[in-house]
Design a protein around this ligand. Sequence first.
Ligand code: NAI
Length: 403
Amino acid sequence: MTLSNKPEPSTINQQLTTKSQIGIIGSGAMGAGIAQVAAAAGHNVILFDTNKTALDKAKHNLESTLKKLVEKQKLTAQNSKEITDRIQFASELMECKNCELIIEAIVENLDVKQKLFSDLENIVSTDCILASNTSSLSIASIGSACKNAGRVIGIHFFNPAPIMPLVEIIPAITTESIVTEHSKKLIDSWGKQTVLTKDTPGFIVNRVARSFYGESIRIYEEGIADFATIDWAMKTVGGFKMGPFELMDFIGNDINYKVTESVWTQFFYEPRFKPSLTQKRLYEAKWFGRKSGKGYYNYAEGAILPAPKENDELAKTIFYRVIAMLINEAIDSLYLQLASKEDLDLAMTKGVNYPKGLLKWADELGLQIILDILENLYANYAEDRYRPCILLKTMAAKGETFY
Ligand code: NAI
């Protein structure tokens, strides 16, 4: 048996077209959004959930979202009706039997997902592709619950699915190449920007973005600057739309902390992804951010947000330290063939709104400068998290660029 051993024989014969019925399992934030995207692209959609209240809520939210789009003249009343008519809300899994692609967006729990995939395989035709929208579980482990793991793939949307353009396509080592091809082609036809990536923890975005949060928290923990100053530095020098602390409060410190912990443990405790006690305490105290009224900042009515210390030198120090860590991660991802350089850059600009792709940014800032920053940090702290990627070293030595 080799690593690229594929299940045989290939069973996925038919192409996915707008005539293909799409099944979405789980009608929460992600499932409902993906159902809207698929219906807007012309598919008949079966949206299934075990929880009747969740289904009712999804129906109600969809109607009010479409109503707002019509009011803003982004959609005609006719289009809105067509989208609604194309979505069938189902409370029996059996109703998905004629689907040609099913995208699962249920609770993030491996056992529950494996049981669902195994049940689905007994219902659908042998041609049906089974996809998971998981953010943190391995696609290979989900696929292992199926008799034909070759039909299982990761199709990872970002929240909110109708608005965020990026979709990560993640074939597992067991996925048939035809399944990857058909899935990518279909999601492209929905007007999304797809990037192809390997089945590794955090895929592209949730892995590469870790240092934006982690290194910023570290800078705060060392007493170099406060939250407001770090946010200000990353926005003014880096051009990021939101600073790391504003963004963590926006995402939710519960979610952001859990993703960090998951990526770190799944990478066998790689020091670059190590979570921080600062954020863990916020999580434990339920200081989740905007949604709980308090996080790194206070969002209570009338609360005054702290002002940054506007020191240009300090701002540059903060920015260069964080961007060097981000670029090192992007380079390491390229070195380990996680994705192409174009897809790595696209993922960060379209998935998390970075002002530039990190590899393009590396070229602009100069690879030698990034290497010097990391080697300095590595020498001073003697910590593995600051070790520069070998590809950065060799390219800097040869004076090469990515583009
Ligand atoms: P959610 O909690 O809003 O919705 C999950 C839904 O699945 C619920 O309505 C629940 O009733 C239903 N459900 C649970 N078990 C089920 C089962 N066995 N069969 C059918 N329905 C079942 O969750 P959310 O946020 O929509 O996430 C769903 C998936 O998408 C997770 O795997 C998550 O990691 C992933 N994801 C989430 C993102 C986010 O920002 N929320 C972004 C990208 C991926």
